[in-house]
Write a protein of this length. Structure first.
Lengths: 144, 144
DNA sequence: CCGTGGTTTAGACACAGTCTAATTCGGCGC
DNA sequence: GCGCCGAATTAGACTGTGTCTAAACCACGG
């Protein structure tokens, strides 16, 4: 997929994924599916409330898991207790800035290893997570 | 490093890493550094108590963070709220079986992409995490 | 023997995420 | 329009990881 859907296309996107559209789900979709973002569940909740003020935390979590299971978004666990949700589902690596906690997509050139690594028999590949942990590093004073 | 240290070598290993040896730390080291394992903090705590029955949870967490910071072990966050500690610190990819929750080391051939990907300027690479999420899959009934 | 700095400790705490049981919603046959 | 039913949503309790704090402890040097 190349383009992000517009708001009016969201209902179709959910349908196509086999997900009955509800107001709450459309609100989550609007936050996560219409532009490239990396958000925590909590940030999603906050943003979604702009469109659906009464949505509950549980519903956001349910919906995130649902979307993730259906391949509409991608879960990225960057630290223990810190999960981000990525609009982009196509295989790609991530930069994670350990100082700022910022996640960003890495250029495809950094995702070389994938293809189809031959696995031990009986295993089927679900997903490949590649996280390049970086430091934005203003600190490198010694060694001068 | 090729071999895992023996129990009697542990004190030297800690010294070399700049870590004052204590009974508690030696106990943790014994569990994590003398053989290839992938353990959660809780599993470490349980096993450590075989050698140091009165060690506290806080100390185990402190020590795990300390060892990790000093490059003696490696933290692998496999799921939100599930962190495993790996005896092996050399760069390598992991298999994570999402059904059983088992983590295992992948052959080096699967870690092709590394080397030194040229990063955006001002970023310095801390660590590369590659997790191949697999399913042990007894379920593949249709498509027959 | 005492002081000092690092280590350990129990328990409180913070937070992400899940679960449960009850309510609400939305479509459908009547 | 009315009532029904399964699905979706909800509040709030709950769980499990991991951190924090303040006190106790320990080893060592003076």
């Amino acid at each position: 997929m190349a383009r992000f859907p517009t708001v009016s296309e969201l209902e179709g996107v959910l349908k196509e994924a086999g997900i009955p559209a509800t107001l709450q789900r459309l609100a989550v979709a609007r936050v996560l599916l219409t532009a490239p973002v990396h958000l925590s569940a909590d940030e999603v909740l906050t943003r979604v409330r702009a469109f659906a003020p009464d949505i509950s935390r549980a519903t956001v979590y349910n919906t995130l898991n649902l979307f993730s299971r259906c391949g509409l978004i991608r879960e990225v666990v960057v630290e223990s207790g810190r999960t981000l949700y990525d609009s982009s589902t196509h295989p790609h690596a991530h930069f994670y800035d350990v100082d700022t906690g910022t996640l960003s997509d890495a250029p495809d050139s950094l995702f070389g290893m994938v293809g189809r690594p031959h696995l031990p028999p009986g295993l089927q590949l679900e997903q490949v997570d590649v996280i390049l942990r970086v430091r934005s590093a203003k600190a490198s004073p010694p060694e001068g």
